[in-house]
Design a protein around this ligand. Structure first.
Ligand code: ADP
Ligand SMILES: Cc1ncc(COP(=O)(O)OP(=O)(O)O)c(N)n1
Length: 284
């Protein structure tokens, strides 16, 4: 499978998708990571901002949440007008914001049993451990958003918070996928990026019947900021093009692996995954 999606003809309206997420002032994660991936895949991306973070390559030092009604209003403005064929959520900051997004998603027919697939990346903290979701919002995430999700994409820290399972190997990764699936999403993807002792980075996808494994060689880089966002955005883009979930995950896995191989240093901390590799005329 190639790491490309079909491009629109010049002047033709591209496939449209939407990200509901926080802004990363450093440009490596959040909305900025989503927009980079969406643009380089040839998609038109709409945005509902949930929070503005004060963030650089060393961590997050401030968060300004957006009023929940304004988050939902961005969705309610864009979807009926522009039309989107897939939606992704990232940093959601608080329970009231999650409630507003879930209400809007139901009204706008976004979700696993509706018209528009929904990718829920349950962002809880930055890679430096700075909280990006209020501790009392986990319940809303599980009870309001997970049952609407086409696919959820937690990392292993998020898996621990959501299920209590400490993933250390293939068996516990599968057990976590089962526990996550029981929370209501159509598919659960347990990402293995944090299994740092392994020479592969295995992701496991589960739909209640069988497991699909997405291994990839582990890239030796400290510059992995925004990897989760980039993966989830690429899944969303592929779903927007009508891919089935397993094919969308396979596509996105290739996309993020190429981005990790091309990652660059930035600032004093961790640099970002780099979707700009797609601009290399030599790239296949
Ligand atoms: N060093 C790495 N080499 C190859 N793939 C990686 C590496 N780190 C993360 N990934 C992949 O990037 C994606 C994001 O993973 P992860 O780091 O677990 O999420 P997050 O960025 O949300 O913490 C997953 O597909 C994971 O397997
Ligand atoms: C605004 C914002 N959203 C999400 C994240 C976390 O992004 P993620 O892709 O999970 O990457 P890392 O934090 O693991 O690099 C963020 N930091 N900021």
């Amino acid at each position: 499978m190639t790491a490309r999606l079909p491009l629109p003809a010049s002047g033709a309206t591209p496939v449209r998708v939407m990200t509901v997420a926080g802004s990363d002032s450093g440009g490596g994660a959040g909305i900025q990571a989503d927009m980079r991936t969406f643009a380089l895949l040839g998609l038109h991306a709409c945005v509902a901002v949930t929070a503005v973070t004060v963030q650089n390559s060393t961590g997050v030092t401030g968060i300004q949440e957006i009023e929940p009604s304004v988050v939902a209003a961005q969705m309610r403005s864009v979807v009926p007008d522009i039309g989107v064929s897939a939606v992704k959520t990232g940093m959601l900051a608080s329970g009231p914001i999650i409630d507003a997004i879930a209400d809007a998603a139901v009204d706008l027919r976004i979700g696993r049993d509706a018209d528009v697939p929904l990718v829920v990346d349950p962002v809880c903290a930055s890679m430096h451990g700075d909280p990006l979701l209020a501790a009392d919002a986990l319940g809303a995430l599980k009870e309001r958003l997970f049952p609407l999700a086409t696919v959820v994409t937690p990392n292993l820290d998020e898996v621990r918070l959501l299920t209590g399972i400490d993933v250390v190997d293939a068996d516990t990764q599968r057990a976590a996928a089962v526990a996550l699936h029981a929370l209501g999403p159509r598919w659960a993807l347990v990402k293995g990026g944090h299994l740092r002792g392994s020479d592969v980075s295995p992701d496991v996808l589960y739909d209640g019947t069988g497991f699909l494994e997405f291994p990839s060689a582990r890239i030796d880089t400290p510059h992995d900021h925004g990897a989760g966002d980039t993966l989830a955005a690429a899944i969303t883009g592929a779903l927007g093009h009508g891919y089935a979930v397993p094919d969308a995950v396979g596509f996105a896995k290739q996309w993020v692996t190429r981005g990790l191989a091309a990652a660059y240093p930035l600032g004093a901390g961790h640099g970002p995954v780099n979707p700009l590799w797609r601009l290399d005329p030599e790239a296949d």
